[in-house]
Design a protein around this ligand. Sequence first.
Ligand code: NAP
Ligand code: G4F
Length: 346
Amino acid sequence: MENNMKSALITGITGQDGSYLTEFLIEKGYMVYGLVRRSSLFNRSRIEHIIEKKPDQLKLIYGDLSDSSSLNRILEKYTPDEIYNLGAQSHVGISFEIPEYTSDVNGLGTLRLLDAIREVGIKPKLYQASSSELYGRVTESPQTETTKFHPRSPYACSKAFAYYITQNYREAYQLFACNGILFNHESPRRSENFVTRKVTLSLAKIKNGYQDKLILGNLEAQRDWGYAKDYVEAMWLMLQQDKPDDYVIATGQTHTIRELVEIAGEACGFNIEWQGSGLNEIGIDSVSGNVIVETSEKYIRPSEVDYLCGDSKKALEILKWKPKTSFKELTQLMMISDLKNLTQID
Ligand code: NAP
Ligand code: G4F
């Protein structure tokens, strides 16, 4: 590493955001260290292209947010200028099945990282991946940095602990630590069991005859969806300010799951019309007359977040950040990518 080169450690580098952030930082000339977990199957498909193109600017290191000694060792050895803590069990629905594990990785994992920084005695700038799930049952709309939290899942509770412990280390130890309260952000790299990607991938499979139906849970939920590639820039901007602070990152627009299915369907050549209600609701493609969407209790959560809509005015004023990609553009680009990937399989 050249002496004047800035360095960053990313936990969660193999995930959706980690891969876009790595591209972004490498483009800015950073040396990037990525924390990777051991897994039985190689799971680096999102960053393989970067490993190939920029081997001198990217180094992957084995570690885990549940393993303090690995975090201490990595910080001591690489002393990064910036740390982006993106690693998490990030699926809200699954957090109801594995609440203790989710809390350990997301909540205590963040504490382990903060405390490793303190123990090693370095002063990096830290970004904490906080979430709009903190708002849960919302008390005002749109949600801002001052809106009250009401977490509705083990995932959201674990992120609440991480949010507050990040603030505490900022106040107690003068650490430059920021919470980015990011609303849902998606991309063609989104894991297949989040609703946007599940919809685009399933519709692409239905179109190509690999699948009959798309089975969903709550169609009424409303989310403020942005593009992950736009959002990683905001993470970096937070760490380039003079003072550490917390910021909402959102589009300010909200849509139902039903609208998501309609727009993705349109981009795929379907015209979806709805019949019935609740768990009996179905979506029919009026072009073919086939039922292509059904609902199932399997995907209904024990407690749901019905509505999210963020106000990122503070990010606009201080970071000069605003989203560049609309919901329709995002859905279309995800739909086109899944259609293209399936055609390449043929
Ligand atoms: P993602 O695609 O699920 O990626 C999660 C990453 O965390 C993966 O690289 C995963 O590694 C890693 N990880 C999981 N457990 C770990 C552990 N014990 N130790 C170290 N790393 C671990 O998530 P994402 O969508 O990129 O989100 C990034 C972060 O932002 C997460 O913290 C998420 O909770 C938060 N967030 C996301 C959104 C959103 O809409 N995407 C919104 C707000 C906040 P493997 O590849 O090995 O599983
Ligand atoms: O796509 P989702 O699983 O995302 P969710 O729960 O909003 O969480 C995502 O965004 C958070 C930010 O607000 C992040 F912190 C978190 O890490 C993650 O990235 O579900 C969105 C909505 C929910 O209301 C869910 O009940 O879609 C509804 N939904 C309906 N049918 C479904 C399905 N969700 C999934 N995953 N699968 C379904 O079949």
